[in-house]
Design a protein around this ligand. Structure first.
Ligand code: AMP
Length: 136
């Protein structure tokens, strides 16, 4: 199977602006900076997305994402940060290797906007809640 682009970065076949590395996790600047300092944090080992990543590794990835978000505010002048991970194509995932976006926010209307519109149709909330609850 063809290696995905992040496996190639881990293996040093594609360059990146590296921010952090240990035995399990790598963080680097996103090649398409939606805002200044937009970073990606990934597990070095390949997992398709957040949902299929073992919890220990997933926690390590989020620890690094948290630290980078704190640094964005303390040192880059960000006023806020979006932490985002897309799972599967329908949710916007384009690279099939678990990654967390850390997107510093400086102004209200800049490169990144996450629009959450409430649905107008009637949803059966008791049934939805029960389905999730029963399977947790
Ligand atoms: P997603 O759409 O959530 O799967 O995000 C994938 C991200 O990977 C995008 O923001 C891309 O800009 C980024 N990306 C793709 N190739 C590279 C690369 N070679 N170096 C750094 N970031 C990359």
């Amino acid at each position: 199977m063809e290696k995905d682009v992040f496996c190639k970065i881990v293996d040093g076949e594609i360059p990146c602006y590296k921010l952090f590395e240990d035995s399990d996790v790598l963080a680097f600047l996103d090649i398409a900076q939606v805002t200044k300092g937009h970073a990606l944090v990934i597990p070095k080992k390949h997992y398709d997305n957040f949902l299929s990543t073992p919890d220990k590794i997933m926690h390590k990835v989020f620890d690094v994402a948290q630290r980078i978000g704190q640094i964005d505010i303390q040192f880059l002048g960000a006023k806020g940060v979006n932490i985002l991970t897309n799972c599967y194509e329908i949710a916007g995932q384009t690279v099939n290797h678990f990654h967390v976006h850390v997107i510093p926010r400086y102004e209200k209307h800049e490169g990144f906007a996450l629009e959450m519109k409430a649905q107008t149709n009637n949803l059966n909330l008791p049934v939805i809640a029960q389905t999730i609850k029963d399977n947790l």
